[in-house]
Design a protein around this ligand. Structure first.
Ligand code: SF4
Length: 443
């Protein structure tokens, strides 16, 4: 795949604004070649790099990552928030993982790649910088480096892999038909986003009940149009029935939300037994859902970027919040919040960033259910941020910060890819509680 063709998201802008967040909060694993290259760069204290410990740290047999400073920042991050490797040797001298972020590149067919973005980067959340679609040359170069020497032929993610019809596989061109149908449903802003997501959950259920292995090409388009029309009838307007999720659903939801709220930095990894006990205690509290919501280890750069951008000059959040405080109305269904989350869902769909290799090899149906769950998770975390300031209404910045926090883990936290974590989402779907969670936390 020397020159794969690239599909870039058409609704997203991005440019780095040097907040330094990724250099403070991401643990960068490096290849053998990168290790050798960095060792040959011969860093010394004269370059401003601390010699208190090696610049490269061994994490397992034949696995290494960049070391971090005592304050948690990458050993190469300077006091102005810039990368010393970039400054001294140029951008191509950095590890590929640093150069690629916040892009995520996924196979999209024979000799085709598609590009998504990680919303853990505040500039992605705020849609800052030039259109991604105008950056073809730079992203193309990175993509070629990512796939160099790698296996080329990937099957598309499964459409479905469970009863009643077992494994349902499509070819790439039909897989893109499913993606287009999903993207069209999310893009239809004639109704609130949460109504669109409800429709998609109905859409997924109808597809799940069908045996479409033999429907191909243009006939599949017709079939998907029928399914879309039927799903739209199931939830026809903005008058949503609001149902409180049942007790079991609330427990599972809080456990998943807690996992998305975690921000495991270098400092936390170094925390040892004390940190692990604190995390266990927090997990117990999230299970019971009684009393105070434990303090979550929020990303410092997310706080720095979004706490300064609120409507009210934002004082530092400090109030004690109980779980019950988050189960009330927070005024969440608003056009600006819909616009942000619509862009998020569409970038993930267009970049195939919700199923297959990007999401623990889940099928299209299961992967999209997991993606839908991001709506109540982000809104719940946004309520928590607002409540910590004593506010009764969400601001856009609460949702932006919560999206950046949750997406840091989406598809990347190994804990979210375990069998038990994935089965929680399936169970919520089978119990018909995904729709309750969507409507309840949209208020
Ligand atoms: S988090 Fe985004 S804006 Fe901040 S330094 Fe990294 S790439 Fe740039």
């Amino acid at each position: 795949m020397s020159r794969p063709s690239l599909q870039l998201p058409v609704i997203q802008n991005w440019g780095c604004h040097n907040c330094g967040g990724c250099c403070r909060e991401h643990l960068i694993e490096i290849t053998d070649d990168e290790k050798q290259r960095i060792e040959q760069q011969s860093w010394t204290a004269a370059d401003g790099v601390s010699m208190a410990r090696p610049v490269i740290q061994r994490i397992a047999r034949n696995r290494y990552r960049l070391a971090h400073q005592d304050n948690g920042a990458c050993v190469f991050l300077d006091e102005h928030g810039l990368c010393r490797i970039h400054a001294k040797f140029g951008e191509p001298a950095k590890p590929l993982a640093c150069r690629v972020y916040p892009y995520a590149v996924h196979p999209a067919g024979e000799e085709q790649l598609t590009v998504s973005l990680r919303f853990s980067c505040p500039s992605v959340v705020r849609n800052l910088g030039p259109l991604v679609a105008s950056q073809t040359a730079a992203i193309g170069q990175l993509s070629r480096e990512i796939v160099a020497g790698k296996h080329r032929d990937h099957d598309p993610p499964l459409i479905h892999d469970a009863p009643p019809h077992g494994i349902q596989q499509s070819n790439w061109s039909d897989f893109h038909r499913f993606l287009t149908a999903l993207d069209d449903c999310v893009a239809d802003d004639s109704v609130d986003l949460v109504v669109r997501l409800m429709r998609i959950l109905a859409w997924l259920e109808l597809v799940e009940q069908s045996q479409f292995q033999t429907i191909r090409g243009a006939k599949l388009d017709d079939y998907l149009s029928l399914v879309t029309a039927a799903a739209a009838k199931a939830q026809s307007d903005n008058d949503l029935p609001i149902h409180r999720p049942n007790r079991m659903a609330r427990i599972m939801f809080r456990l998943i939300a807690a996992q998305y709220a975690r921000h495991d930095t270098e400092a936390l990894v170094r925390g040892g037994i004390r940190t692990r006990v604190a995390l266990l205690n927090a997990a117990l509290r999230f299970t019971t859902g009684i009393g105070r919501v434990p303090t979550l280890n929020e990303s410092a750069s997310v706080s720095r970027v979004f706490d300064d951008s609120g409507d009210d000059g934002r004082k530092q959040a400090s109030q004690v919040v109980c779980f019950s405080d988050l189960e009330v109305h927070f005024g969440g269904r608003r056009p600006d919040i819909d616009e942000l989350l619509t862009r998020y869902f569409r970038v993930k769909i267009q970049g195939i960033h919700f199923c297959g290799p990007a999401q623990f090899q889940t099928s299209l149906l299961d992967g999209f259910r997991g993606l839908t769950l991001m709506y109540p998770i982000v809104m719940w975390l946004a309520r928590l941020r607002a409540a910590r300031r004593g506010a009764k209404q969400l601001e856009l910045a609460d949702v932006q910060a919560s999206l950046a926090t949750a997406d840091h883990n989406y598809g990347y936290s190994p804990a979210l890819g375990t069998r038990s974590a994935l089965s929680r989402i399936s169970l919520l779907s089978r119990m018909k509680q995904l729709t309750s969670l969507l409507s309840w936390y949209s208020q």
